[in-house]
Design a protein around this ligand. Structure first.
Ligand code: NAD
Length: 252
């Protein structure tokens, strides 16, 4: 078990899916966890209460992370509550819609890059400023298997945005390494969250499982375990790496 006692973590999009699993895991490992949500206020409040009832520390912060002012305010609220920031999991993102290139339009392209790349960049920038001052910290970004494969049907805009995150992760690791800050990413395959209820079909999910060596979908907890490892001191010589977690389907 990774130990984050005394550490402060911030998880973006931390009230649902993979983010929620990471928020719970950081809290269970002893961290004080701030997590952002955008629309799921009831889920966020319930999660905060749940963690506190179990003796942990958690703070739900509402923020649209495509907006610079809201990102700055969210990080300021976390620092106000907990004094500092040791870990960022820049998890927020999504696919928004499936469209072929011919059917798509610049608005979908831009919104997809906003929700994935802009949210990641702004969160990493806010974290880097805090972490650079104390010359320590760990950032974990959220890429996807789509970054390597090009994405499923109608998802190339999403895949391209996740590719940008993977490359940004490397660049940021170069920049922040000398300041004592590690930057890594995770690139999940099919993880059973609402993402696939919304943007996949039962048949599509079955086909993926049938062609996955481990013959199952991943869970949000599978990814959270990896995120905690990368954010922990156990990974102290790992930076610039984006780790695939996909049951063996697509060994890139
Ligand atoms: P999810 O829909 O539960 O999580 C997405 C999160 O991003 C939500 O909490 C949402 O509130 C947040 N978010 C979206 N737009 C936002 C904005 N403008 N500002 C702030 N927050 C915003 O689904 P999930 O599967 O847990 O996805 C989490 C991340 O994992 C996403 O980046 C997704 O692309 C990535 N991912 C998921 C899978 C999968 O199979 N589920 C695979 C690879 C990558």
């Amino acid at each position: 078990m990774m130990d984050f006692t005394g550490k402060v973590a911030l998880v973006t999009g931390g009230a649902s899916g993979i983010g929620e699993a990471a928020t719970r895991a950081f809290a269970a490992a002893g961290a004080k966890v701030a997590f952002t949500y955008i629309s799921s206020g009831a889920e966020a409040n319930a999660l905060e209460k749940d963690i506190k009832a179990a003796g942990g520390q958690a703070l739900a912060i509402k923020a649209d992370l495509t907006r610079e002012d809201e990102v700055e305010a969210a990080f300021a609220a976390a620092v106000r509550a907990y004094g500092t920031l040791d870990v960022l999991f820049a998890n927020a993102g999504g696919i928004l819609d499936r469209k072929s290139t011919a059917e798509s339009d610049p608005d979908l392209w831009n919104r997809t890059f906003d929700v994935n790349v802009m949210t990641t960049y702004l969160a990493c920038r806010a974290a880097a400023k805090i972490m650079a001052e104390k010359r320590s910290g760990a950032i974990v970004t959220m890429s996807s298997q789509a970054a390597m494969s090009g994405g499923g049907p109608g998802a190339m805009h999403y895949a391209a945005s996740k590719g940008a995150i993977l490359t940004y992760t490397r660049g940021l690791a170069n920049e922040l390494g000398p300041l004592g800050i590690r930057v890594n990413g995770v690139a999940p395959g099919l993880i059973a969250t609402r993402f696939h209820v919304q943007f996949n079909t039962p048949e599509g999910r079955r086909q993926t499982v049938d062609t996955t060596p481990l013959r199952r979908e991943g869970t949000a907890e599978d990814v959270a375990n990896l995120v905690l490892f990368l954010a922990s001191d156990k990974a102290s010589f790992i930076t610039g790496e984006t780790v695939q977690i996909n049951g063996g389907r697509g060994m890139y």
